[in-house]
Ligand binder design. Structure first.
Ligand code: UDP
Length: 335
């Protein structure tokens, strides 16, 4: 990993007990930055908080988040990852998604303002673009999200931009593509319950656990009929936060960037790579499309490189699958 000049700083990671959050904390600590985790532990895990203190706090609780920010007012950088993320759940329960994501973030922004904390790194998503025919996606393209999940993330982007314009909040919005893979040391990885993501579900099927993979849709307008995504290693996503912190130090005040590789990979290509890496077949059953899924999404990563100096180091597909498999074989006790 490259070296950053951030030694001695601190950052609050809201959602730091989650999959991406824990990798961000590890990457920060490796560069001498002290991570302080704020998490409600609804989806995150206490055992994933290994690199700093944690505060149990829910952003929906206005009083509690104001108190937590005030108690850490010397820490100027907030990294916001906490979010409801499961696309299908958002379609079933939008009230919960808007409350958790949008109202929760509004409380956090106000708490930051009251505490004088003026640097925010926000994890947004490629799902804010919606169904576009032109690929790769650049940051200036129209954002017209289809899913409730994408709509809540776009609403938050707009709130942050307003707080920049009117109150001087400095921000970097990172529009992640598909986070994948795990810490190469095998210490932390993806542990959602229930797990809805492709790579862990396909690995589970290869391991003979569960009933096999359900493949959501083979009639998309793509070369093999399955959806195309841009899979980016979670360590590279973590590094993007270090790039953003460094950019703040150099005077950056506001930007939004895609965090992807620029390479589109289909569901069937993921299955083939899993079979190659594990040496095991992936039993799967092709079924109907999943609500809210988009045909194809991949990034133009050139703005992230130009503005933040972001260059993926871990995101070769084979490495993504290998690191995920190392972590899951350990947690699933597969020898
Ligand atoms: N997918 C699938 N079976 C699963 C999970 C996902 O076929 O059990 C497909 C899904 O329809 C999408 C792709 O894999 O086309 C990536 O889905 P994932 O949930 O991992 O990420 P998303 O793109 O929704 O953020």
């Amino acid at each position: 990993m490259k070296h950053y000049n951030l030694n001695g700083q601190s950052a609050i990671i809201v959602g730091g007990a989650g999959y991406i959050g824990s990798h961000v904390c590890k990457a920060l600590a490796a560069q001498g930055v002290t991570p302080i985790v704020f998490d409600n532990f609804s989806a995150g895990h206490e055992h994933a908080v290994k690199w700093g203190d944690s505060v149990a706090v829910d952003m929906r609780d206005r009083e509690a988040i104001f108190k937590a920010c005030a108690a850490h007012k010397t820490v100027k950088t907030i990294i916001l990852l906490a979010s409801s993320i499961e696309v299908g759940e958002g379609e079933k329960n939008p009230a919960f998604f808007y409350e958790n994501n949008v109202i929760g973030t509004l409380n956090l922004l106000n708490a930051m303002q009251a505490a004088g904390q003026d640097r925010l790194i926000f994890s947004s998503t490629c799902a804010t673009y919606g169904e576009l025919d032109t690929m790769p996606l650049t940051e200036d393209m129209v954002q017209n999200p289809v899913s409730v999940y994408g709509k809540t993330k776009l609403a938050i982007e707009h709130m942050i931009q307003s707080y920049y314009k009117s109150y001087g909040l400095n921000y970097v919005i990172l529009r992640y593509f598909n986070a994948a893979g795990a810490d190469p040391d095998g210490e932390i990885g993806e542990e959602h319950d229930p797990e809805t993501h492709l790579i862990p579900n396909a690995l589970k099927a290869a391991a003979g656990l569960g009933k096999g993979l359900k493949l959501f849709g083979t009639d998309y307008d793509t070369p093999d009929g399955t959806c195309v995504r841009d899979y980016i290693h979670v360590n590279d996503i973590a590094a993007a936060h270090l790039d953003a912190m460094s950019a703040f130090d150099k005077g950056l005040t506001s930007t939004q960037v895609n965090i992807g590789t620029g390479v589109g990979v289909s569901v069937l290509e993921i299955i083939q790579m899993i079979e190659k890496v594990t040496g095991l077949p992936v039993p799967y059953e092709a079924g109907p499309r999943r609500d809210g899924d988009l045909t194809r999404l991949y990034a133009d990563p050139s703005k992230a490189k130009a503005v933040l100096g972001f260059v993926p180091e871990y995101s070769e597909l084979e490495k993504i699958i290998k690191t995920a498999w190392t972590f899951h074989s350990k947690t699933w006790n597969i020898s």
